[in-house]
Design a protein around this ligand. Sequence first.
Ligand code: UDP
Ligand code: MG
Length: 316
Amino acid sequence: MEKINSKLMIVVPCYNEEEVLPECVKQLAAILEELEQSGKIASGAMLLVDDGSKDKTWNLISDYGLKMPGRVRGLKLAHNVGHQNALWAGMEWAANKCDMIVSIDADLQDDIHAIIEMVDCYNSGADVVYGVRKERETDTFFKRFTAQSFYKFIKGMGADVVYNHADFRLISKRALQSFVSMPERNLFLRGMVRTLGYNQDCVYYDRKERFAGESKYPLKKMLRFAWDGITSFSNGPLHIIVIGGMLFLLVAFAVVLYCLYQFIIGHTVPGWTSLIISIWFVGGAILLAVGVIGEYIGKIYKEVKRRPRYLIQEEV
Ligand code: UDP
Ligand code: MG
């Protein structure tokens, strides 16, 4: 299934990126040029989404928009809505204006040459191509261990994500249109894309240091993001409460037997048996009840997300 003659849009969320923007635009323009020259795409453009920056980011974007019409498009959001929402805004805008999009951060940490490989995958039939960063030899054992545990934990909690993949990926038009039809508000893009299905592929690249400026994702934001990922993706934590409640009740039964035995052989002071039995039983019952309520809330949560029940990939 050859799909050449297609339009590519590179979507770049930018928040206070005046330091990296000139280099970013230059390098992306060069890649687009290269893709066009080699005939892998018919035409390419980049969409810079200014996520309510407080510096000169928007001035730069509008200048580029005038200087390089057709190559650079700009979108200014009215206020800062965060990386995931800014990226969503760009994807929604691009969904019916091109045949595929590539999302990438403005800071040039991801190897832009991987975009060429992504387009190759697209041309041979892929709908979603993940940019996956290679494990660095320089990474310490600790770094690798924590990262790996993080992905395993999220997966264990029921949110499927591609190991070592951030938000650098290609999405074809049909996948993108299905994607932006998900009406949920709590975005965890890398998990949501995974649920799309279609033909998915990966390309591998080395991740670099930030080109300039500093990370807009301090540790606090990162932990919050991880927690968002789990809670906006799975009811795993609710199941844990139910299981916990059941275990608690099971232990309660053992405690009852033990307490009664102690009571019968007379090893107790008055009041102890009834007190301990009540504590364990009531505790277990409450935990289980909370878990059951949680299960219903989980169902409601799924309903309000109104995700499509299915997506059709092909018809014959
Ligand atoms: N970003 C954004 N809005 C924000 C924070 C970040 O659009 O509120 C953009 C930022 O400009 C960059 C991308 O999201 O293009 C990733 O941010 P950053 O590189 O700071 O994160 P890190 O790579 O350190 O995780
Ligand atoms: Mg970065």
